[in-house]
Design a protein around this ligand. Structure first.
Ligand code: GLY
Length: 381
């Protein structure tokens, strides 16, 4: 390998949605030669397994820094989708029909009432619907639905098309994409990153972005005194059915599960939350629980063909929050990992935040609470 080939200004470890969004944002900001290293194939782990829901309001119980981060990233999606379409010709199928959250019993209704109250008090768009009104909107819904909230700004994206668009965009921008290559360790000298040791040899670089998702913990440094960030895999199984014509327009949640209607008639249903190590197989119990929750939402699902199922490994830090920011222990190391349930949602903003940190040395107020230092003394729960 020539010296030019094994040197980069920034090495991004991980070719999921976060790694690719970061590599693209860095290149758009003229960060120099960016090399992205992926152990498997680009965009084939948890980002591929996701459902593409961009729904911070449907999932949040309060307005905190995490909610602000998620909402801000969601609101970047229309421009992000437009830019990717212009760069690559790929339509990432941003669907702005909105999201419904259903209540089936008193407990669910209390949860909805709380969400409605804090969101209306915060000036957010949310609509309250009685059972009949929500069934008029989505006739597939169960007769048992008592009430619902509609979040018009919570939307969805076709995450697999997003991954293809990001890969093509990076390629066109001149990012070097190295798949099938495992980063074994970071090489440090005097507390500073000088490169990465990989299954394909050594690459020298002054700056490494760790976007390794569930595999983050495996990438150690040559200095054993440098504590890493511990990320654990949390399995989420998914089921794919098919409905022609489409069963619903909205993304639809209950407190127990969700369904996501795709433009082409696929209907995704999810998910499980399991501690199964790195085992990505689906199980009879997982698929059965997903289907029972989907059937609660719409009994019509019983007649749909089941066409696929899969599982992904959500990358979870001890406090469920993403890890964004520079390491205090290893100069030149920046974390963009641990996005847990929100990798697709947080990709556009994570790219921007990490690129401004590296190129302009700016720590955005959006990322201040998510630095890696909060985790060094914390054990996984
Ligand atoms: N973001 C949806 C899930 O993790 O199931």
């Amino acid at each position: 390998m020539s010296e030019i080939q094994n040197t980069a200004d920034v090495v991004v470890i991980g070719g999921g949605v976060i790694g690719m969004a970061v590599a693209r944002a860095l290149t758009l900001r003229s960060a120099g030669r960016v090399l992205l290293i992926e152990r498997g194939s680009l965009g084939r782990e948890s980002s591929y397994a996701a459902a593409g829901m961009l729904a911070p309001q449907a999932e949040a119980d309060r307005a905190d820094e995490f909610f602000n981060l998620c909402s801000r990233s969601r609101d970047m999606y229309p421009a992000f989708a437009g830019a990717l379409a212009a760069e690559t010709g790929i339509d990432i199928e941003l669907d702005t029909s909105g999201t419904l959250y259903l209540a089936f019993n008193e407990h669910d209704q209390e949860e909805l009432a709380h969400r409605y109250d804090w969101q209306t008090n915060s000036g957010l768009s949310v609509e309250k619907l009685e059972g009949d009104a929500v069934r008029r909107l989505e006739p597939c819904l169960s007769a048992e639905v008592r009430a619902a909230l509609r979040f018009p700004r919570d939307i969805q994206v076709e995450n697999r098309r997003l991954l293809s668009a990001l890969a093509v965009s990076n390629e066109k921008l001149g990012v070097r994409l190295l798949s099938g290559t495992t980063v074994e360790s970071l090489r440090l000298e005097h507390g500073r990153v000088v490169g990465v040791e990989t299954s394909g040899g050594f690459f020298s670089t002054p700056t490494v972005v760790m976007a390794g998702g569930a595999w983050t913990t495996f990438i150690t440094s040559t200095d054993p005194a440098t504590p890493g960030v511990r990320i654990e895999p949390v399995r989420g199984q998914m089921v794919c059915l098919e409905a022609h014509p489409r069963l619903a327009e909205h993304v639809i949640y209950s407190p127990r599960g969700y369904i996501v209607p795709r433009r082409d008639g696929r209907l995704l249903a999810g998910s499980t939350t399991e501690h199964a190590g790195f085992d990505k197989r689906t199980t009879a119990a997982g698929v059965s629980s997903i289907l029972s929750h989907a059937l609660e939402i719409s009994p019509l699902i019983a007649g749909l063909p089941l066409v696929d199922s899969w599982a992904g490994l959500r990358p979870r830090a001890a406090d469920n929050l993403p890890v964004l920011g520079a390491s205090n222990e290893a100069r030149g190391l920046v974390f963009a990992t641990g996005h847990y349930r929100n990798g697709i949602l947080l990709a556009p903003l994570t790219g921007e935040l990490i690129a401004s940190l590296i190129v302009d040395n700016v720590v955005s107020p959006f990322m201040q609470s998510f630095g890696p230092e909060r985790l060094t003394a914390t054990e996984l729960c």
